[in-house]
Design a protein around this ligand. Structure first.
Ligand SMILES: Nc1ncnc2c1ncn2[C@@H]1O[C@H](COP(=O)(O)OP(=O)(O)OP(=O)(O)O)[C@@H](O)[C@H]1O
Length: 589
């Protein structure tokens, strides 16, 4: 994640933009706080007047009246304060909801390469724990900051009106409090940031270890993982303790310093009463006002922490939201509805380098595929087969003017139209935690069971599904039954076959299926009514042999192309790989 640069809107501006859609709630909430503060500033005046009056004459009916007014105003204050909390905390929840929605939608826009460098644990942490901190910032911190500001703005003039000298002397320590808060706020922010980073590291480790649990067990690495977890957990503990130390030193200190104002007022005020420069009623009012300022001043530390924590989290969330998708529709010039792609594919000097790699993964690859052709991509491991396949649906950032579908440059096609025209079965056949039926009809969620079964039959998985406990309703994926590698691959193939896409790409998608079944499935695909352009990557040359065209990759280059027969007649990599595989088969046989 890159840190936001200085020209970006400030964190505060960002926060205001989050609040904008809920401005009515926030304004009403803050308005209600202003009224509460107004009433609570009036109460000491009421009490002060009553005390001074009692000193001259004491009438029970007047006491009763003052008590009733006090009771009514206190009840009103309580109701309005409650309203303000409901409004501001409600706005916090709304902002939390909006942000989660925005982060998720934004992540859906980003290309797979982003997720190769940004780990799920960290992203989950940002979308949950950091969003939670922003909710507290909007709820608690905004409420508390507004409350403190109103307390000062309304109370101070009233205090100065009663006795300027006594008031200023009693709050003389407050500027010192502000200074301490300012000095500590950057530290709190850095320490909070360290806590969030440690939390992300820990989430990452848990997420990775749970995904790779079989590997940990096979290599008996429990002890090492335990140690690695312990180290991360320890870092988190250290970061939390450091933060807690700062908070636990700062907050009581602020509370203690704020109470000094009460002591000053008590000692100087009693002398002022004795010398007759201030009435008892005014003294009590001053006492109540100082009391009113102590609480918001003393919890300034908490308020600042909630604010800083929220701002740290806000920056961490903005680091996700500010990432522009590398692959987007911005250069699309063709209207999606005018497209009826046939499935011709052409590459001209197609070159691609992964970010940060020192070598190109594809080097000036050129080929031509006619609609309905069946094409195999073969070659040694790491030769660029998957990279080439990933370029076609633009899962990678393909340069313009190098790859065309029909006569359209892929970078100028709307992404949705391009990807709808391509059914893709990746190497890793991922299944969602849903029924096998819903997994197969993932690309067309309203397809009926007959269509799902048709696709499953084509992918040669139908019979096995009928043996599952609940047949097509059987839950699979993480929360369902565990399918074998071959069953997963054929389910993923069925999912791809459900869509009416003119192009089908299989990235080594039948590697776990036995050779005979794999070849049968491929041959069947070549003989369907509406012939699709089929591109399949395979390490099995006997499967590749049935293709109309074979592209042979080596070190990112297309080194040979032609039919199986043509390639066997030409000296080169294909013939070499073929004789190697024949030899292996003979040795095994
Ligand atoms: N995300 C990535 N970032 C950097 N380099 C990558 C990335 N993915 C692949 N590569 C590199 O690009 C080259 C081609 O990889 P690719 O996966 O396309 O090969 P392949 O022929 O499909 O291999 P295999 O048969 O093992 O699947 C390799 O050197 C690989 O290390």
């Amino acid at each position: 994640m890159t840190p936001s640069d200085s020209k970006q809107p400030s964190s505060l501006q960002k926060l205001l933009s989050y609040l904008k859609p809920h401005w009515k709630k926030v304004t009403l909430g803050i308005g209600a706080l202003f009224i509460v503060n107004g009433i609570s500033a009036y109460l000491p005046l009421l009490i002060s007047g009553a005390i001074d009056q009692f000193q001259t004459s004491f009438e029970f009916s007047e006491v009763q009246q003052d008590v009733l007014v006090l009771l009514a105003l206190s009840t009103l204050m309580w109701a309005i304060r409650m309203g303000s909390r409901v409004l501001l905390f409600g706005a916090g929840r709304q902002v939390e909801f909006d942000l989660k929605q925005r982060i998720f939608d934004h992540l859906l826009q980003l290309e797979p390469a982003y997720f190769a460098v940004n780990t799920p644990g960290d992203l989950i942490n940002r979308a949950t724990s950091d969003v939670d901190n922003i909710r507290r910032l909007v709820g608690f911190a905004v409420l508390s900051i507004a409350n403190t500001a109103f307390a000062y703005v309304i109370t101070l003039p009233l205090m100065l009106g009663i006795d300027p000298v006594l008031s200023l002397l009693s709050i003389a320590v407050y500027p010192f409090i502000m200074l301490v808060v300012k000095v500590f706020s950057q530290r709190l922010r850095d320490e909070q940031s360290a806590v969030q980073t440690s939390l992300s590291n820990l989430s990452d480790l848990i997420q990775e270890d749970m995904s790779g649990i079989s590997l940990i067990k096979i290599y008996a690495q429990e002890e090492n993982e335990h140690r690695a977890f312990g180290e991360f957990n320890h870092s988190l503990l250290q970061a939390n303790l450091k933060l807690a130390l700062t908070q636990n030193t700062l907050f009581p200190f602020l509370g203690g310093v704020a109470s000094i104002s009460l002591l000053v007022l008590l000692s100087l005020g009693s002398r002022a009463i004795a010398s007759g420069t201030i009435s008892v009623g005014d003294f009590v009012a001053l006492l109540l006002y100082v009391e009113r300022l102590i609480f918001p001043t003393a919890i300034l530390g908490f308020t600042i922490t909630a604010y800083q924590r929220g701002i740290v989290s806000l920056d961490r969330i903005e680091a996700i939201l500010s990432v522009q998708p590398a692959i987007s529709d911005k250069n699309a010039v063709v209207a999606a509805n005018s497209l009826d792609l046939q499935g011709a594919i052409r590459a001209q000097d197609l070159s691609l380098r992964y970010p940060g790699a020192d070598q190109e993964a594809l080097k000036q690859v050129s080929f031509q595929i006619k609609p309905g052709q069946m094409v195999a991509i073969v070659g040694p491991v790491g030769s660029g087969k998957t990279t080439l396949a990933n370029c076609i649906p633009r899962l990678l950032d393909v340069p313009p003017g190098q790859l065309w579908i029909d006569d359209y440059d892929v970078t100028q096609l709307p992404l949705e139209a391009l990807r709808t025209a391509i059914a893709y079965v990746p190497q890793d056949s991922f299944l969602f935690s849903a029924s096998i039926k819903n997994n197969i009809r993932y690309g067309d969620p309203v397809a009926d069971l007959a269509a799902v079964q048709g696709a499953a039959q084509q992918a040669k998985i139908h019979e096995e599904i009928l043996n599952f406990p609940k047949q097509y309703e059987t839950p699979v994926g993480e929360r369902g039954i565990t399918l074998s590698g071959g069953q997963r691959q054929r389910s993923a193939l069925a999912r791809a076959l459900m869509t009416d896409a003119p192009i089908l790409i299989l990235d080594d998608a039948l590697a776990s299926v036995d050779n005979q079944t794999a070849t049968f499935i491929l041959e069947q695909l070549a003989h369907t009514d509406r012939r699709k352009t089929v591109i399949f990557i395979s390490h099995q040359l006997s499967a590749a042999a049935i293709a109309d065209q074979i592209l042979v990759m080596d070190h990112g280059k297309l080194v040979q192309s032609g039919t199986h027969r043509q390639l066997l007649q030409t000296p080169g990599l294909y013939r070499h790989l073929w004789s190697q595989q024949q030899l292996e088969a003979q040795l095994k046989g």
